[in-house]
Design a protein around this ligand. Structure first.
Ligand SMILES: C[S@@+](CC[C@H](N)C(=O)[O-])C[C@H]1O[C@@H](n2cnc3c(N)ncnc32)[C@H](O)[C@@H]1O
Length: 243
């Protein structure tokens, strides 16, 4: 593990450009970092895209996990990284300090524009991490665009999947798209922890047994990883209701 990431995980702080301490907030947990490592290993990821950089914790895990060769590339999309009163460029500086400057490409745009740009440039990735604006519609749009640039066999993680809005997007993926649940982490939100097992009474698709150990119920996860099984071959009017 690189030293910049190690410091964040150990202390909860990182460094500003002048070397003074900066408290890290909103970052993924170490457990989620391990899920990133497992996914990257599973799909032998060379290329990846991430939505939501913040102070760079997930990006540092991802860059550590990619297979290193001449094609290695991590695309990062975040419109607010350089805002003075938020992240102030510290996430990008952390990637530079960790030695990853040459494998990253930073797109300073909201994700719906950044992802569409990657598709128009014919970029394809093996792995994606979605952790940007957390409303249902934004996360669904992120997933929609990610799917269009994700190789079959590639993997996507949705962070904070114990938030109701994001849990709904995961339900949509399970019920309507050709993705297989790969693994998840412990719930972190108050909602997720309050009642970890939720009833699932209306699942009608072929992945109905993937989530949860008890039939008819499913478990909440702090982050959920899915593997892409095939290209989108649904009919134009396909829809399976989901909960
Ligand atoms: C929870 S933080 C991400 C934390 C990060 N993954 C980590 O492990 O440190 C959410 C990030 O999403 C970014 N963000 C907010 N709206 C966005 C949008 N429309 N497109 C892309 N990123 C966005 C924010 O600037 C912020 O950096």
């Amino acid at each position: 593990m690189n030293e910049v990431l190690e410091e964040i995980l150990k202390t909860g702080y990182t460094k500003k450009h002048d070397g003074s301490p900066q408290k890290v907030i909103g970052q993924i947990s170490e457990e989620e970092g391990r899920l990133i490592q497992d996914c990257a290993r599973e799909c032998r990821a060379n290329t990846s895209v991430e939505i939501g950089l913040a102070f760079g914790t997930s990006a540092l895990f991802i860059c550590d996990s990619l297979r290193k060769n001449k094609n290695t590339k991590h695309y990062i999309i975040d419109p607010y990284q350089n805002f003075e009163h938020s992240y102030n460029g510290i996430g990008l500086n952390n990637l530079k300090r960790a030695g990853y400057e040459n494998i990253i490409e930073f797109i300073e745009k909201p994700s719906h524009l950044g992802l569409a740009q990657l598709e128009s440039e014919k970029v394809m990735v093996d792995f994606a991490f979605i952790d940007g604006w957390h409303t249902f519609d934004h996360v669904l749009v992120d997933f929609f665009f990610v799917d269009r640039i994700l190789h079959v066999g590639g993997m996507v993680i949705l962070d904070d999947s114990d938030w109701p809005a994001i849990e709904k997007v995961c339900s949509f993926i399970k019920s309507n798209r050709s993705y297989e649940f790969f693994g998840g982490t412990s719930p972190r939100s108050a909602e997720g922890n309050k009642n970890n097992v939720v009833h699932e009474n209306k699942i009608t698709n072929k992945f109905k047994n993937v989530i949860g150990k008890t039939p008819g119920k499913r478990t909440r996860y702090g982050a959920m990883a899915f593997k892409k099984i095939s290209h989108d071959e649904r009919s134009w009017d396909h829809f399976i209701d989901f909960v």
